[in-house]
Ligand binder design. Structure first.
Ligand code: AKG
Length: 250
């Protein structure tokens, strides 16, 4: 599958609005392979924890466990676009995750509240991009992602825990934002500073998604305001395009 480079208009939209809708980035065969991996993890999770049937399933840092996932993240046809969005030839994959929003039923728990990805782990410089790929057709009914246009202009905002019994971080946001309505295999790309969220899944089927975060391979990261660490050297981080300087200690 070939994905043409983003046009100047698409790139300008990304930098101005903080997001851009991408065309299809997973072909049928890849979509099936990645869906099969999602099903494998979901079955495993369900066997371990039957209550997870009604909860959102998050499976992070999947590459060590899955060749199809690793192949897509590290050499998928979207890497040229990822490099354009990050703005450098030297790009690192540093995070990836399945997010399966199971049917909410009447629990009201399938919401993922407003946040910036850098609110969970700050990347510096914050030129990182999240590429969120729909594994099913997604819309307002089954809990698509919503982005808040131009919110990245505010820089990194203060997040707080949603509630004592939740690990979600969030903050007050005025307005509804824009739904990223996608067909399976299409994606939305947004900056690490772009406010986004997803609402409830009102259907009776899981809403499956997979996302990857790419950053300048020389960037650093910090969780909980701890000192910045180089991304490279973190066992989950891989250069997927270009190279980084070799440390003196090698
Ligand atoms: O897939 C979703 O519903 C949103 C996930 C998300 O925003 C995140 O994990 O940071």
């Amino acid at each position: 599958m070939h994905i043409p480079p983003l046009t100047a208009d698409q790139l300008a939209h990304y930098h101005r609005e903080g997001y851009v809708i991408l065309p299809r980035i997973m072909d049928d065969a890849t979509l099936e392979a990645i869906r099969a991996e999602e099903a494998r993890f979901r079955a495993h999770r369900l066997a371990r924890d039957p209550a997870s049937a009604n909860q959102t399933m998050f499976v992070s840092q999947v590459c060590p466990y899955s060749e199809p996932v690793r192949r897509f993240c590290a050499s998928g046809p979207h890497l040229g676009v990822a490099s354009q969005l990050v703005g450098t030839a030297n790009v690192a994959l540093w995070f990836n995750q399945f997010v399966t929003k199971n049917p909410d039923g009447a629990t009201g728990r399938s919401e993922f509240p407003w946040h910036q990805d850098n609110g969970y782990a700050a990347i510096e410089p914050a030129t990182n991009v999240t590429i969120w790929v729909a594994l099913d057709d997604v819309d307002e009914e089954n809990g698509c992602v919503w982005v808040m246009p131009r919110s990245h202009e505010q820089g990194l905002l203060d997040h707080r825990r949603k509630s004592e019994d939740s690990w979600h971080l969030t903050l007050n946001v005025e307005g509804d934002g824009t739904p990223a309505i996608l067909k399976a295999g299409e994606a939305v790309a947004f900056t690490g500073l772009t406010l986004h969220r997803s609402k409830l899944n009102h259907t009776d089927r899981p809403r499956r998604a997979f996302f990857m975060e790419y950053a300048d391979a020389t960037a650093g990261y910090s969780r909980n305001h701890e000192p910045l660490q180089p991304l490279i050297g973190n066992p989950n981080t891989w250069v997927v395009s270009g190279a980084v300087p070799i440390p003196g200690t090698f």
